[in-house]
Write a protein that binds this ligand. Sequence first.
Ligand code: FES
Ligand SMILES: [Fe+2]
Length: 356
Amino acid sequence: MSEPLIDEDIRKARTLPSAWYTELEHFKQLQSVFSGWQFAAHQSEFGANNVLPIEHYEAITGESVVLVKNEVTACYSNVCTHRGMRVALEACAAKTLQCRYHGRTFNLDGTLRHMPEFAEAIDFPTASDNLAAFSLKQWMGMHFTALDDSAELPWKEVEDRLGFLNAEAYTHDPARDRDHPIDANWMLYVDNYLEGFHIPYVHPELNQALDYGAYATEAFDGGVLQIGKAMEGDVKFDLPEDHPDAGEDIAAYYLWLFPNMMFNFYPWGLSLNIVVPVSPTQTRVLYRGYVANAELASQGAGSLLDTVEDQDQWVIELVQRGMASSAYDRGRYSPSKEQGVHHFHRMLAKIFDEKQ
Ligand code: FES
Ligand SMILES: [Fe+2]
């Protein structure tokens, strides 16, 4: 067997080759990682509607889908089975789904209900005239969908830590939504997210709000959890007595789920980042905000989001340019501070090693 690309031993390992961040071939090769579970929407995003097209999912996977809340909530292809028009154009409250091109109508369970001018069609309708269904899972009030649902997200691992949050009751606050274009590869955004090592250097304001020395990183199959400890007297979580971190002052739980989802839980609620790959050197980062307690949002580590984001983007865009340098190919990891980045690179390299 040949050497793995990323050594299992972080003390010896070298980082991903820079070509992974710059070349179209690698970008395409990694596209398959987005076919697993992806965040679709928090249940509060329905509001009074029962039909909710998920635009960011199409940006990530190329698949146009719509969530439909009926007796249960389901995920369907948003492509009309007649000639391929988009079925739902915006969130709405509706009893049926009607295509705006030639009037084909679907029931809320995705089955064909009516099609004008098809009385003479032979062998019509069949099952292929219904909207295709995609897998859908609900976790803490959030819906996830997948093209390939064979690999589970690490629900159980994070349940112990985050189950107490009652995220089902959060409400989407559109005023917190952002769409940031970044001139960098999507993996650089993830790499940067997965270490708190840079906080004292890149984020002086955040560094004041977090106890950097007590910052902890836990890696598990399918994700990484980083735990930010509060400074004395700062806003922190009210943890139940049987919680694994009971007695500690926690300011933030930063959960990353492979490959591109970041759930930042603060006492005020959840700030979610969805990383959308655009090209080898371009990425969009979508922010969504879900509020538990609006009064707490201007205090502590969770109040500095826009400042921190600008600082991260500044550094990531410069790193992207570094990836194109003929003098740089691979670096090394800090064994004490970059376990999360090492874990992520190992997950990516495993896909590559398996193809060799
Ligand atoms: S494409 Fe939808 S009715 Fe024709
Ligand atoms: Fe950062």
